[in-house]
Design a protein around this ligand. Structure first.
Ligand code: SF4
Length: 316
């Protein structure tokens, strides 16, 4: 067991310092015109992104490609996970014009594939599910060719919430497990590992045509065997796509980085995951659940087609 100091984000207690970032984590500061144009458009539409709120290291690269992950339902979360940079508190009312502005943004950016996520809204009766549905409908109406990926909270099991989002038929349903079950109490205290797994399984049961996706961060103190167990659990829930990326500490008050996982170890996770039957595994230090999401969606479709085309072994 490592000697890290675990912390309570609300207490403001300082955590143990993270080790120095290795060379493979460093990214360049954004400078391109397209990056600033994307930012201007987001401000104009009064939309939040997880790219900024989570202090994502890929923001320069993604926004240069006009790929931003929209975070709906405000910028205040009702939970306080120790890895997450989003503000915690009591969020404001749901904005009824937000779905229209999200659709306008998709059109203005000319997105072939969009990722929509949200803060946790445990204060709402449906956990915010109906706003996801409104966003999906608004995007479909404004830009029918755009494929839609949702990255939802667990809705705290609220009746009908998950079912409503699935019925709106996003192309990809993502829900991140974030870490291994042993670390839930310190990393994701407001959530339950098996509840999240069951949510992913239920999406597939309700609509097997929707691709399911989940992700974890490594470097939080997990053991390799625990990561492999998570892979097995996700395959049991019939999840198609797994993302694994390095956890980075957003501020000294957040959970420390226990270890920087080397690129070769990510490659090893990717090959183990593929051998376990995921259609796709993205594993690298800078992998995030929405990183290269458009290109990965095309790869997912191709992988499913290849599976369907594969000859079945002859039986005697
Ligand atoms: S990886 Fe995702 S969260 Fe990070 S900048 Fe790219 S789109 Fe935004």
């Amino acid at each position: 067991m490592s000697a890290i100091t675990l912390l309570d984000r609300r207490s403001g207690a300082a955590s143990a310092p993270s080790p120095r970032k290795p060379a493979w984590i460093r990214v360049k500061a954004p400078t391109s015109q397209t990056f600033f144009a994307t930012r201007r458009l987001l401000r104009e539409k009064k939309l939040h992104t997880v790219c900024e709120e989570a202090a994502c290291p890929n923001i320069g690269e993604c926004w240069q490609e006009r790929h931003a992950t929209v975070m709906i339902l405000g910028d205040v979360c009702t939970r306080a996970c120790s890895f997450c940079n989003v503000k915690t508190g009591m969020p404001g009312p749901v904005d009824p014009d937000e779905p229209a502005r999200v659709a306008e943004l998709v059109v203005a950016l000319g997105l072939a594939h969009v990722v929509i996520t949200s803060v946790d809204r445990d204060d709402l009766d449906d956990g915010g599910a109906s706003q996801f549905v409104r966003c999906i409908k608004a995007i479909r109406a404004a830009s029918p060719a755009t494929t839609i990926e949702v990255l939802t909270p667990d809705f705290r099991g609220k009746a009908g919430a998950l079912e409503a989002v699935v019925a709106a038929r996003p192309d990809v349903y993502n829900h991140n497990l974030e870490t291994v079950p042993r670390l839930y109490r310190s990393v994701r205290p407001g959530a339950r590992y098996f509840h999240s797994l069951r949510l992913l399984q239920r999406v597939k049961e309700l609509d097997p045509t929707i691709f399911t996706k989940s992700g974890i961060m490594v470097g939080l103190g997990e053991e390799k065997e625990e990561v492999i167990q998570v892979m097995d659990d996700l395959r049991c829930a019939d999840v198609d796509f797994l993302t694994i990326g390095q956890y980075l500490q957003p501020t000294p008050r957040h959970h420390p980085v226990v270890r920087f996982v080397e690129p070769a170890e990510f490659e090893s996770y990717a090959s183990i995951g593929r051998a376990k039957g995921f259609l796709l595994v993205a594993a690298s230090p800078l992998t995030r659940s929405s990183y290269h999401a458009g290109a990965d969606f095309a790869r997912l479709k191709a992988a499913r087609l290849a599976t369907l085309d594969a000859p079945t072994s002859a039986t005697a």
